[in-house]
Design a protein around this ligand. Structure first.
Ligand code: LLP
Length: 404
């Protein structure tokens, strides 16, 4: 994805042509970028051959899940819907882990029937529920316990999960009690310790802290864990200033950890795999001038891309055709939704824009389409996968008739 001359290209295709043919708003994924991201992670951690379970919540597109599975990936799911989707996309159940604080009895039973790799439990009540169902089925179920390591991931507070005030996992004391309880259970087999401290992590130090806590707790538990699941969270460069998570450092911390704790490492990456693979092409419907700023009113809204409204998350916005003339006004990029938070970015010194110009919102592959909704009864956008000069529709634009 880059400019060639004045025109923005996705792989070998002009974004303008994609918009003309398929309309806007349109999610466009680059297959080459996806492949690059996957291979980059695999290469970085290859010395200990981890199991990568793609976090389906970040992107639930069936075609993409199938492509990702071809690289040997499993899945991390958090609902029965995601579990069914992952299996139907061709992901092998014995590579699927099930996380989440509120799995219902029906969801647990379904996961047991499908013989997935691990149910990562997040409370004592959940463990008792799994045991009850396992007993009825006369089975022994492989489970993990999610530890809350009380580690600050130094990311947005809305997407932090590993501090004691967050609802996720259990604290050290409960963890150790649960290990003892499971040791005496005929229907539960404790295979995994899992943790996930948050998302969009760019600083490697929280990972070191987390590993130190895991190391200490494993020692205290006196239990041999076959798997240690480190969750996801690896951040991407949304602001494009080259601030990246130092994967080499993270890798070296894990290698050290493995010297004392021999186990299979599981990762649950979402954003680092899919985040920067996609852009959202959108058209400028109107430009509304006001005293201090101009509102650039797009045909994409917060229902199509929720992250800015939900977390004040920043996504770079660029014009599809570059021009030299600058606007003297401040531009505020907004959607058509009847909400004040329906805005994407406020920016100075932007190139002068006109109504019906096309623009591109960057890095929308993760938690873009998966967080989209039909708010204001707006149909969901089309999803396209681009590879070299080929375009494949991987999810049709929702029809208004399906909604109304
Ligand atoms: N594993 C667990 C247990 C998780 O809760 C999550 C994300 C992941 C893995 C994947 O994390 P990733 O590698 O994608 O950072 N909607 C927010 C992000 C919420 C993340 C929730 N959990 C956003 O748009 O920033």
């Amino acid at each position: 994805m880059k400019y060639l001359g004045q025109e923005f290209f996705i792989e070998k295709i002009k974004a303008k042509l994609i918009a003309k043919k398929f309309g806007t708003p349109a999610y466009c994924y680059s297959y080459s970028r996806l492949k690059e991201n996957i291979e980059n992670l695999q290469k970085n951690f290859k010395s200990f051959n981890p199991l990568f379970c793609f976090a389906v919540k970040s992107n639930t597109n069936k075609y993409l899940l199938n492509e990702i599975s071809k690289f040997g990936f499993g899945a991390d799911v958090v609902s029965m819907g995601e579990l069914i989707r992952a299996i139907s996309a061709g992901i092998s159940p014995n590579k699927i882990v099930f996380s989440g604080v509120g799995k219902t009895a029906r969801e647990i039973e379904y996961a047991i029937n499908k013989k997935i790799l691990l149910i990562n439990a997040e409370s004592k009540s959940e463990i008792l529920q799994i045991e009850k169902i396992a007993k009825l089925k006369k089975k022994t179920i492989n489970i993990g316990i999610r530890l809350n390591p009380n580690t600050d991931a130094k990311t947005l507070k809305e997407i932090s999960t590993g501090k004691k005030e967050n609802k996720f996992g259990v604290n050290e004391k409960t963890f150790l009690e649960l290990v003892d309880y499971i040791k005496n259970s005929k229907n539960l087999n404790l295979k995994c310790l899992s943790a996930h401290i948050g998302s969009q992590i760019l600083d490697h130090k929280p990972y070191l802290k987390m590993l130190n806590v895991l190391d200490k707790v494993i020692r205290k538990s006196n239990h041999k864990f076959e798997y240690v699941d480190l969750g996801g969270g690896m951040g991407i460069d949304y602001v494009h200033n080259n601030k990246k998570l130092n994967l080499k450092k993270y890798n070296s911390y894990i290698q050290k950890f493995l010297k004392v704790n021999s186990c299979k490492i599981i990762f649950e990456p979402g954003r680092s795999i899919i985040g920067d693979t996609a852009v959202l092409i959108t058209n400028i419907t109107y430009i509304k001038e006001s005293d201090k700023k101009d509102f650039i009113i797009l045909d994409a809204g917060m229902n199509d891309l929720m992250r800015p409204a939900l977390y004040k998350a920043e996504h770079k916005i660029i014009p599809i055709v570059k021009k030299k003339i600058k606007s003297k006004k401040i531009y505020e990029f907004v959607g058509p939704i009847c909400e004040t938070t329906d805005k994407f970015l406020t920016i100075k010194n932007y190139q002068k824009l006109n109504e019906n110009d096309l623009i591109v919102i960057y890095d929308v592959g993760a938690y873009g389409m998966s967080l989209s909704s039909n708010y204001n009864l707006r149909p969901k956008p089309i999803e396209l996968l681009i590879h070299n000069s080929k375009i494949k529709i991987i999810n049709k634009r929702q029809k208004l008739s399906e909604l109304v």
